[in-house]
Ligand binder design. Structure first.
Ligand SMILES: C[S@@+](CC[C@H](N)C(=O)[O-])C[C@H]1O[C@@H](n2cnc3c(N)ncnc32)[C@H](O)[C@@H]1O
Length: 350
């Protein structure tokens, strides 16, 4: 591999991106976005695909840069967040919408209260989610997406470490959010998403598909941030975020594994999360999108290593540059992150 070029400390001037609603999401690139923007700024492109959009922060930065953005994630919840802030050209929730969403249930539904009784949140919070959904169902498209995105953000913020592998709601890490009613957290989240909504004058869109099945045509640049295949453990998003994935569709069409303590839904298979399958999947991905500039985020603690990735990209593209991002921590508590300090790279293949 060529020696990685260290990127200089960089502050972005993208004010909206700096205020993007913060969600604790495994592998999210909040801290790396300034460096990605620095790299994007040096490339000529107008249309971009963010094929594994997750929290949506990278798509959002591209939108603020004025690009025509397509955001994709194979999970419904990240795709809903992306519809709310990337595709949405300016629709926000009004006071009247909020009054409706916060009013008593329209139909007395109690699926969430019944299914998750005693898990994650107190009964009042679960009842609030049921009642809110009874109104959200009738909202027009982008309002619906903003409301669902805000419900999910509220639920994530009230959950220890933002992951639904722990069912107790008696855990307390001192954060004020853990003691706030979900209803109030929802209102805060709506304020943040409403502020994040804007029109960049482009026809941005969102898809919810396996990245390996996307039509590769029409993108000057593609950004890949797949789950990292760790040498041990797994990078399964459903295990951690099943509640938010379910909440984003009111569990319709999903099967709850009733014998599990966490009441989770089945894993969604992705080859990128397994060290035995990731090489083949990456090769297929790079080959499929070989006509576009490929920008790839990569952490040093995963499989394959950076040298192999470099060779794979060189197999498809004539020029590959590797940048190293100064000092970022991965997802996790500060202490755990210290132990897991990794090198973050950005590959650019042209
Ligand atoms: C590392 S995260 C992306 C983080 C994102 N760049 C951010 O800043 O928040 C990887 C994402 O890929 C999604 N994903 C996993 N396998 C996928 C596949 N085969 N096709 C599309 N999305 C996939 C996961 O749901 C997850 O949201």
């Amino acid at each position: 591999m060529l020696a990685a070029e260290p990127l200089a400390e960089y502050r972005i001037s993208l004010q909206r991106t700096l205020a993007y609603p913060r969600l604790r999401y495994m592998g999210s690139k909040y801290r790396v976005v300034p460096y990605l923007v620095q790299v994007f700024n040096g490339l000529h492109f107008d249309t971009a695909l963010d094929a594994f959009c997750g929290s949506g922060v990278v798509s959002y930065a591209l939108k603020e840069m004025g690009k025509q953005v397509t955001a994709n994630d194979f999970l419904n919840w990240p795709a809903t967040v992306a519809r709310a802030v990337i595709e949405n050209p300016g629709v926000t929730l009004s006071e009247a919408d909020l009054e409706l969403i916060l009013s008593p249930s329209a139909d007395g539904r109690d699926f969430i209260s019944e299914t998750f009784q005693g898990l994650y949140f107190p009964a009042d919070d679960l009842a609030f989610l049921d009642a809110a959904w009874s109104h959200i169902d009738g909202l027009p498209p982008y309002k619906r997406d903003v409301a669902i995105a805000a419900l999910c953000l509220a639920a994530a913020r009230k959950q220890p470490r933002g992951v639904f592998t722990v069912t107790s709601f008696r855990y307390d890490d001192g954060r004020r959010q853990l003691r706030m009613p979900l209803r109030d957290l929802f209102l805060e989240a709506v304020t943040e998403y409403n502020a994040a909504v804007f029109d960049n004058g482009r026809a941005n869109r969102v898809m919810c598909q396996d990245a390996l099945l996307l039509d590769p045509d029409g993108y000057d640049l593609v950004y890949f941030d797949p789950p990292y295949a760790p040498p041990s453990d797994d990078a399964d998003y459903i295990k951690r975020y099943h509640f938010l994935e379910g909440l984003s569709v009111y569990w319709r069409g999903l099967t709850i594994m009733q014998n599990t303590k966490t009441k989770k839904i089945p894993k969604r298979f992705t080859p990128f999360a397994y060290k035995t399958k990731v090489r083949h999947a990456l090769r297929e991905l790079f080959n499929r999108f070989r006509k576009s500039i490929i920008v790839l985020s990569y952490s040093s603690n995963s499989v394959p290593d950076e040298h192999e990735l470099y060779r794979m990209l060189r197999g498809e593209k004539s020029e590959v540059t590797v940048y190293s991002v100064p000092h970022v921590y991965t997802f996790g508590t500060h202490e755990a992150a210290q132990r897991r300090k990794v090198n973050e790279y950005i590959f650019v293949a042209r």
